[in-house]
Design a protein around this ligand. Sequence first.
Ligand SMILES: *[C@@H]1O[C@H](CO)[C@@H](O)[C@H](O)[C@H]1NC(C)=O
Ligand SMILES: *[C@@H]1O[C@H](CO)[C@@H](O)[C@H](O)[C@H]1NC(C)=O
Length: 312
Amino acid sequence: MNRAWAIAFVAFAVSSVLGAKPYADGDTSGCGIEHDFWGLPHHLDIESSGQKRSYYIHLPWDYDPNHHYPVVFGFHGAGTSGHYFDVDTLLSLPLFSSSKIMIYPDGVHGTWAGPSYAHTTIKQDLQFVWDILAHLRAKYCINSARVYAAGFSNGAGFLDTLACNATVGGEFAAFAPAAGVYYTEPDGACKPARNTTPFLEFHGMKDTSAPYDGGKGHGGKLPSIEDWLDLWADRNGCGNKPTQSDFEEGKVHHLSYECKGEQGKGALQHWRVDDMGHVWPAKHPNLSGGKPAHISAGLLAMQFFDQFVRPA
Ligand SMILES: *[C@@H]1O[C@H](CO)[C@@H](O)[C@H](O)[C@H]1NC(C)=O
Ligand SMILES: *[C@@H]1O[C@H](CO)[C@@H](O)[C@H](O)[C@H]1NC(C)=O
């Protein structure tokens, strides 16, 4: 990636932090409680919709029980687990999340609701996210205005489902899906909490599991990424003329939309990578032999998140 451009992007991100008046409510009873596993992943079981569910939590290595931390959820792809996603993406490294609490929920039998291959209903998985949030607030010190979600493949598709539910999705300030399969879009039941739902999407043109042009997926009908972007451009009141910048000899394309509202600047962004397959874009090879990409979704997603707060 072009260095001057990267610096400009960071400067833009920092200058627009906290544009809106942030949400100040949310249970903070978990502040002040000491934990002894900071810097290491910790596996927790919770009860949700009458089932035993689980998630991994990663606290910053210097966790201060009285500091209100932003939280980033990472939803794994089908057939894996929360821990696998952490190790595969390396998102718990200080490089990505030094001052954030990372949460990696486990899907039931490795899947998230939406596609036909899932083992849960949408209602159950949304309730699970709701229950994790309640659990977090009671045990850890979190900033409820700065809760974000990233995800890969089936987990990325679930982010879209989550964002489309005003109650549970409304708890999140921004979303960053990669190689997403947006199975629940065609049903037209999307009712986000706010006029602006910030989204940053990553997709490879060589992705055969989540094809850029949509069509028939393993778990149902898929919209094309262009159509999916148009839907969010409409919902967010963005013009349909994004600014496009090209990098890496024209193999990497960044599209940014200016949307309505206080947090509308860059509230819908997309990275299209011509020679990338079905991967979470990273500078390191993944655990299944996936090749490094030209861009780092971890860095770009965290920079994106830092621009947005859940408004009051
Ligand atoms: C959002 O999800 C919750 C939890 O599953 C559910 O109770 C609620 O009905 C959903 N809201 C809509 C509008 O679908
Ligand atoms: C890792 O790469 C393999 C091979 O390209 C791919 O099938 C898999 O989905 C990738 N996983 C992630 C998390 O990027």
